[in-house]
Design a protein around this ligand. Structure first.
Ligand code: UDX
Length: 440
């Protein structure tokens, strides 16, 4: 590599902070920018504002090493970097299916007027089809340098594995309009490409679509097995064995076939909804109408979980003490966006159950989004005198519970395994009424 490009990362939320830190780990000099000064101050102090394994250590290492800095100034970022990554969020618009594009539009509009030399701007945010072309126009209209170029490079990182997914991605997708843009991007990911990562070079429209298509497929796979779980519940079959058996077929594969409470988080639910909305605008709604069903199957699992608990409590939650184990949308994360666990906990609270929630990492975020629930600081406190236990997020701490030991803490030995991670035989042998989704 000749002189490696210097990078800016605009938006230091989940994606941006991880990307900034990992690009320094890969050998680049990076400046991270956010309009939220409080967030920038925390990052400068070496503090990661969310839970993500490995990231805090890497952040400290690179701040101390002097190759990573942070700013709130677009002028400073523009002065510094040859390649700018736009990593701001595209959350679901309140009351609509569509994505909120305000942050993406603001990032491009704020950066462009400072671009006085030929640089590459790279969109990483998950966006509806057609966004890249619009943002290219913004750059052409607002950047003083007429040669500024755009590329689209979607990000596929999973929470909990964000660092590894960024350092060693499954693939790199490069949506470009020129040879120069492709070469710049290749120089920006040189160590990743040298490690053998496949590169798929595309146009803008394909690059935008890759991300939503991937997430739609994953959501569909989960909802498929959860639909099978519904069938299992009436036929007496076991969905976990079914998943093992069909998963041995390499064409199907066992990953993402875990039936249970279904998917949540900041990506899968909002991405399939935004896709439905955009397809509608483009007049191809029929092509993705199945995603409505994927969404409904997913949401039905939550209602079913509440009903199973009702069964165990003879038809009423009123006055029952309910231990809700888990608040995060998945383990190894403190993210509670669209969390199935919190949805179930609040549905039970609405039915007048006394719900006590425990999560190893997500309590602080959960309290903010669901202040109506009661939170405790330990598993033991949650289980204390419980009439029923719900396992809602499959943290190791819950998977490793000993049925005999926790049985001594509760008032009644009722458990609903919302993630199919406990051994029914073992729990029943210890005197528990064990119920799960899609499993006898
Ligand atoms: C997802 C995609 O995996 C990632 O590639 C994309 O960039 C962002 O969205 P993430 O939201 O971090 O990542 O979580 P993921 O591990 O995909 O899990 C999503 C949800 O599906 C979780 O709620 C999880 O509990 C659920 N899930 C996952 C299942 O219910 N069953 C499974 O078999 C797998």
């Amino acid at each position: 590599m000749s002189v490696p490009p210097r990078l800016s990362v605009i938006g230091t939320g989940y994606l941006g902070a991880t990307h900034a830190v990992c690009m320094v780990e890969l050998g680049y000099e990076v400046i991270g920018l956010d309009v939220d000064k409080a967030k920038i101050d925390r990052l400068i102090a070496g503090e990661v504002p969310f839970f993500e394994p490995e990231l805090p250590e890497l952040l400290k290492k690179h701040i101390d090493g002097g190759r990573l800095r942070f700013t709130t100034s677009y002028a400073e970022a523009a002065e510094f970097a040859d390649v700018h990554f736009v990593c701001v969020g595209t959350p679901q618009r309140a009351g609509e299916l569509a994505a909120d594009m305000t942050y993406v539009e603001a990032a491009f509009a704020s950066l462009a007027p400072h671009l006085t030399r030929k640089v590459l701007v790279v969109g990483k945010s998950t966006v509806p089809a057609g966004t890249a072309v619009r943002m290219e126009e913004v750059l052409h209209d607002l950047a003083p340098c007429p040669d500024v170029e755009l590329a689209w490079n979607p990000e596929f990182l999973r929470e909990g594995f964000a660092v590894q997914d960024t350092l060693r991605p499954d693939r790199l997708v490069m949506g470009v309009h020129s040879e120069w843009a492709e070469q710049q991007l290749r120089a920006t990911f040189e160590p990743v490409i040298a490690a053998g990562t496949p590169v798929v070079v595309t146009d803008f429209a394909t690059a935008e679509l890759v991300k939503v298509a991937a997430n739609s497929f994953l959501a569909t796979k989960i909802s498929f097995i959860n639909a099978m779980a519904e069938v299992c519940e009436t036929t007496g079959a076991d969905v976990t064995k079914l998943a093992d058996a069909i998963g041995y077929d390499a064409r199907i594969g066992r990953r993402f076939l875990n039936a249970g409470l279904g998917f949540g988080g900041g990506c899968l639910p909002k991405d399939i909804r935004a896709f439905i909305a955009r397809a509608g605008e483009l007049g191809v709604d029929q092509a993705v109408s199945f995603l409505h069903e994927v969404d409904s199957i997913n949401l039905r699992r939550r209602a079913r979980t509440v009903d199973i608990g009702l069964d165990l409590l003879d038809g009423s939650y009123r006055g029952a003490r309910v231990a809700a184990l888990g608040a995060a949308f998945k383990p190894n994360s403190d993210d509670v966006r669209e969390s199935p666990a919190l949805d179930v906990a609040s549905a039970i609270a609405r039915r007048e159950g006394t719900v006590v929630v425990y999560d190893p990492e997500a309590v602080e975020n959960a309290r903010r989004s669901h202040p109506e629930l009661t939170y405790v600081a330990s598993l033991e406190d949650a289980l204390d005198q419980a009439d029923i236990v719900f396992l809602l997020t499959e943290w190791d701490e819950f998977k490793n519970m000993h049925p005999g030991v926790v049985g001594k803490l509760v008032a009644q030995r009722n458990i609903v395994d919302g993630r199919n991670v406990l051994d029914p035989l073992r729990w029943r042998a210890a005197g528990w009424q064990y119920r799960a989704l899609g499993r006898p």
